[in-house]
Design a protein around this ligand. Structure first.
Ligand code: SAM
Length: 257
């Protein structure tokens, strides 16, 4: 996974992740999907400093945040160090849960959590893993329906993925019943380092891109880094009058059935 494709159906299976997290080889290179075993911390795609501007702009420190498929990422820990008061972590791998002392849970059934009990659900690589599973896209749809249920009205589902709009937006609109989706595109950390000639950047390179009315990239849009990550910010409608409209771009509204 990473680089825009499912490299194995196993990514959707708990046994795969248990074996991976039990493996003795610790990871050294973050973000490309090459590590995570041996109890070492490993962040897929992007780490907290790159995502911080998006999170801080939308989520006050008092927000209740759910980390879907937390793995052994440092994201939750870094958020708490940065002042976030409540970050709940869940994962299907009992091995990583034992290592991280978090909640064991299959995100296709989150009945342990009540309706509307989270301000934000963060997903970095978990929908991607599920889209590689044998039950895709059904399992992913179940998860998105659960996310929609546990978010409070006006709450945010933030998805960090390798999946471009063609592969993700339809699913987010249908299964996640999201009405408004913002898209940011962020080159890989490796590309950012090369672009800045090795100097670490005060602000990550990140571009907000308006989706077309049918939820796609503008036809003339060219990705700077073909391996870029896509960040979808999906807001659950917070009022009854938002419920029947889909806003694709500022000023463009599609009325849904
Ligand atoms: C690509 S890793 C991402 C880990 C972490 N979010 C990160 O950014 O480093 C995907 C994670 O999703 C978890 N996962 C896969 N299917 C799941 C499911 N049905 N329920 C809960 N977690 C799942 C895996 O165990 C794995 O830890």
């Amino acid at each position: 996974m990473g680089g825009g494709e499912c490299r194995s159906n196993d990514y959707g299976a708990a046994a795969y992740w248990d074996a991976r997290y039990s493996s003795p080889s610790p990871s050294s290179t973050a973000t490309t999907g090459g590590g995570g075993g041996g109890g070492a911390f490993f962040d897929w795609y992007q780490a907290y400093p790159a995502l911080r501007p998006l999170l801080r702009a939308r989520l006050p420190a008092s927000s209740r945040v759910l980390m879907l498929g937390c793995g052994n990422s440092l994201l939750s820990e870094d958020m708490v160090k940065d002042g976030y008061e409540e970050v709940v972590n869940v994962d299907i791998s009992s091995v990583v849960i034992e290592q991280m002392r978090e909640k064991h849970m299959d995100v296709r059934d989150m009945s342990l959590f009540g309706d509307g009990t989270f301000d934000c659900v963060l997903d970095k690589g978990t929908l991607d893993a599920m889209m590689c599973g044998d039950d895709a896209p059904l399992g992913a749809s179940k998860m998105l329906a659960e996310v929609a249920r546990i978010l409070r009205p006006g709450g945010i589902y933030m998805l960090i993925t390798y999946g471009c709009p063609k592969e993700r937006v339809q699913l987010l609109y249908q299964a996640g019943s999201h009405k408004k989706i913002e898209l940011y595109i962020m080159p890989t950390p490796g590309y950012q380092l090369k672009w800045s000639k090795g100097v670490s950047l005060a602000q990550p390179i990140m571009e907000e891109v308006s989706l077309t009315v049918d939820g796609q990239l503008p036809p003339d849009y060219v990705l700077k880094d073909p391996e870029s990550h896509f960040i979808y910010i999906c807001k659950k409608p917070d009022a009854a009058n938002e419920a029947n409209s889909v806003v694709a771009n500022e000023g463009e509204t599609i009325t849904s059935k």
